[in-house]
Design a protein around this ligand. Structure first.
Ligand SMILES: *[C@@H]1O[C@H](CO)[C@@H](O)[C@H](O)[C@H]1NC(C)=O
Ligand SMILES: *[C@@H]1O[C@H](CO)[C@@H](O)[C@H](O)[C@H]1NC(C)=O
Ligand SMILES: *[C@@H]1O[C@H](CO)[C@@H](O)[C@H](O)[C@H]1NC(C)=O
Ligand SMILES: *[C@@H]1O[C@H](CO)[C@@H](O)[C@H](O)[C@H]1NC(C)=O
Ligand SMILES: *[C@@H]1O[C@H](CO)[C@@H](O)[C@H](O)[C@H]1NC(C)=O
Length: 421
């Protein structure tokens, strides 16, 4: 007769095998479908290019990174003037004031039906109505937690926004840039941020898989809110709260998407070469972006939600770097601001409250490399070798590019590469 324990073991190993098979099948499928279309480049989708961009910005994008190789790790020029300003009346956050555990245990938050009597609300599209009805629901319980990730002294914590179904993307990241290790005595840790799968079918199939995946790797934070596009801001605020709760000794945080290429080597080089002050927030920063008013656009925002002409400066959510102290201060601000449906813009709003100017760096390409999708530059390993973040790669291409960049790649013709772009 089988003992309970043996039965449990058998059950466990069968589940793990099932999970691995699913991952393998997914990877194989993706690889097959996507050959020949290596990098989808998103154009500057999030901002209205018809006007708002600073005159210098476009020029800067084109002229790019290779021109001034020596000064590469320096930040863009117009950035220098807009240094960090002094912070005004912000309550001091002492170490003691933060709780030592996730303190939200109930998801009980009902829709704000007060809104339905208001004209401006009735005029909104369905997804915005949904957003507004639940905007006051600030925090949710944790389904998967890993407080131990933040114990000890950590130099770089890499947190990656992902969703339940993207097992293969996480798999590749763990093998490539997200691999946990110690470099020169400096610890690198990796975490994935998830909400609940957003439809019933996914919930039925993938939630269990996510749990097994987490059982194997122990690197998934999952919260009890729906993983929808408009709930990405919740992912941001939940991470900041989590970080504030558990991570007292993390020096830097890299936060990014699960479909980007990241060079950790270059992050290290950047952090060590730049004599940055406090309040480090660096990425693909957009200045004076206009809210998009075309309804067909993914980033459309009705006037009822935002009525100013420009957004505050913000970094594309594909990947940015921030220091631990600033992340803890951001939690305080994020906690007090009304939620905004676009997560990276929301973070820009928080920075504005803190009077911290995000820094633009050319090695962060979260809005695409060059507009011309067929440009050779988009497949050029030497280009990737000199970047910190590049948006946006499918798992198989990421693995391929990672291997290319991390072999004995000799890059001599940097100038050439720029010209063919
Ligand atoms: C959630 O709220 C409803 C109504 O306010 C209440 O009936 C229910 O018991 C609550 N559930 C939990 C788990 O607190
Ligand atoms: C709805 O309106 C009532 C009365 O004005 C108020 O007490 C309540 O807090 C409002 N509900 C929400 C979710 O804002
Ligand atoms: C965000 O998640 C909450 C909790 O699951 C859900 O009630 C709400 O509808 C979601 N909002 C959007 C806009 O999807
Ligand atoms: C813009 O929105 C704010 C807050 O929602 C409101 O107080 C203000 O009156 C609005 N301004 C215009 C011009 O609509
Ligand atoms: C895009 O790049 C390809 C290859 O470099 C070139 O042949 C093509 O003319 C370019 N298209 C545009 C619109 O610049």
């Amino acid at each position: 007769m089988m003992k309970n324990r043996d039965r449990w073991r058998l059950y466990k190993s069968m589940s793990v095998m099932f999970f691995l098979i699913v991952v393998a099948v997914t990877v194989v499928q993706r690889t097959g479908i996507n050959r020949g279309v290596p990098f989808e480049l998103e154009s500057l989708a999030r901002m209205d290019v018809s006007g708002g961009v600073e005159p210098g910005a476009a020029l800067e994008k084109k002229a790019g990174f290779y021109q001034d190789i020596k000064g590469f790790w320096k930040v863009s020029k117009h950035q220098q003037q807009s240094k960090v300003q002094a912070t005004v009346h912000e309550p001091r956050i002492t170490e003691d004031s933060s709780p030592r555990a996730w303190d939200v245990t109930s998801s009980n938050c009902s829709a704000n039906l007060n809104l339905s009597s208001q004209d401006w609300f009735r005029g909104l599209e369905g997804n915005f109505k949904q957003f507004m009805l639940y905007r006051h629901c600030r925090y949710f319980p944790m389904l998967l937690n890993h407080p131990e990730k933040c114990t000890g002294d950590i130099y770089l914590l890499m947190v990656i926004k992902s969703v339940a179904t993207q097992h293969d993307r996480r798999e590749v990241i763990r093998k490539t840039w997200g691999k946990e290790r110690v470099v020169d005595g400096k610890k690198i840790k990796t975490l994935f941020l998830l909400g609940k799968p957003s439809n019933d079918a996914e919930r039925a199939n993938h939630q269990k898989l996510v749990e097994y995946e987490d059982y194997i790797y122990g690197d998934i934070l999952e919260w009890d809110f729906l993983d929808s596009f408009f709930n990405l801001t919740l992912k941001e605020t939940h991470f900041l709260k989590w970080f504030h709760t558990y991570c007292t000794r993390v020096h830097y945080v890299f936060k990014g998407d699960d479909d980007v290429f990241v060079s950790v080597e270059n992050i290290f080089e950047f952090l060590e070469s730049s004599s940055h002050e406090k309040n480090l927030f660096v990425g693909d920063v957009i200045f004076k972006a206009k809210p998009i008013r075309k309804k067909e656009n993914k980033y459309y925002i009705p006037h009822a939600l935002y009525n100013k002409t420009f957004y505050p400066p913000y970094a594309g959510g594909g990947g940015f770097l921030i220091d631990g102290t600033l992340a803890r201060r951001l939690h305080w601000v994020a906690d007090t601001l009304e939620l905004y449906p676009i997560d990276d813009v929301f973070l820009g709003m928080c920075l504005e409250v803190l009077h911290v100017m995000p820094v633009k760096h050319n090695a962060f390409k979260t809005f695409g490399l060059v507009k011309n999708k067929s440009s050779k530059l988009n497949r050029e390993p030497c280009f990737f070798k000199s970047m910190i973040v590049v948006h946006k790669l499918l798992p198989s291409d990421l693995l391929h590019m990672w291997k290319m960049v991390n072999t004995d790649l000799v890059c001599t013709q940097k100038a050439e590469i720029l010209r063919i772009a």
